[in-house]
Write a protein that binds this ligand. Structure first.
Ligand code: ZN
Length: 298
């Protein structure tokens, strides 16, 4: 099942058509994506399995927002692919690096990424994100995958100067507004033939920058659920970005950073693709009417 946020309304994506869940359920499922995700998921699954939805709209005629627009928490994992560990010169220890992206950084799968004024050192990081289902504490490894709502494509956009300042402050450098595009759909794991081995790529202006398999993760999704829930209570709809493969911009010689007009395409086989245009901070206000929702309707 592919759950989408179509113009702010909880919807299903089936064969390129978007179906409004409130309409399809005769009002039993609310229009709000977050409320639906948290409190009406079983009804959505049941409706999806019945397959009796009608009145779809082609997906390219709607503005897709982030499937989980207001998560309580967005966790992210640093250095979770060996190739990336090598390129940044990081040691791989027994516990992975975990940081937060503030949830205000979330934006839609086709929305503009606003490049902050300043050092001009904003970089890309393609990542698989998982979305917490029932949540709780001490989720066992064997129960971890079944406990999830599903997965999405995400970008962990990173302003490297701010990230590395003050002795490394990942959460600030990775939390500018629009620095967490995700979607296009929240995909349940039964849609994926090999959910543990997905092809992940990032292109900038069509040039292939990152190209890896998610099975190359140092700590896999189930172990990340187990680890995070051993420390804190996970809540339904919490998001975790699982780390990026080799090929980011700042370790290149010379370094390569995002510039206004650049187009970032982030794709995970079977899950979907993000396409985000970069705009300068001042330009974004005019283009988006001051809000991230209106930007970048591709
Ligand atoms: Zn990252």
């Amino acid at each position: 099942m592919r759950f989408v946020n179509a113009g702010g309304r909880a919807s299903l994506l089936v064969d390129g058509q978007v179906f409004d869940l409130e309409e399809a359920s005769g009002g039993a499922i609310p229009r709000w994506p977050t409320e639906t995700l948290v409190a009406h998921w079983d009804e959505v699954l049941a409706l999806s399995q019945r397959g009796a939805v009608q009145g779809g709209v082609p997906v390219n005629q709607v503005h897709l927002g982030p499937p989980v627009p207001m998560p309580r928490a967005v966790y992210a994992i640093g250095v979770n692919y060996r190739g990336h560990a090598r390129e940044v010169g990081a040691d791989v220890g027994p516990i992975p690096s975990v940081f937060a992206k503030f949830s205000s950084s979330i934006t839609g799968p086709h929305d503009d990424v606003i490049l902050p004024a300043g050092e001009g050192t904003t970089d890309w990081e393609a990542e698989l994100a998982f979305v917490v289902g029932a949540g709780g504490r001490n989720i066992a490894h064997r129960d971890a995958l079944q406990s999830l709502r599903g997965v999405m494509v995400a970008q962990d956009i990173s302003e490297r100067f701010v990230q590395m300042a003050a002795g490394h402050q990942f959460s600030l450098g990775k939390s500018f507004d629009t620095f967490c595009p995700c979607g296009p759909a929240l995909v349940t794991l039964d849609e994926l033939e090999h959910p543990e081995d997905l092809h992940i790529t990032c292109r900038v202006n069509g040039e292939l920058m990152q190209d890896a398999r998610t099975k190359e993760m140092i700590v896999d999704v189930a172990h990340l659920v187990e680890l995070l829930s051993s420390v804190m209570t996970l809540s339904t709809g919490d998001i975790c970005l699982t780390g990026t493969p080799a090929g980011v911009g700042f370790t290149r010689r010379p370094p390569r950073y995002l510039r206004p007009g650049d187009v970032i395409e982030t794709e995970i086989g079977g899950v979907g693709a993000l396409r985000n245009r970069c705009v300068a901070e001042g330009e974004a206000g005019a283009a988006a009417g001051g809000g991230k929702q209106g930007a970048g309707r591709l």
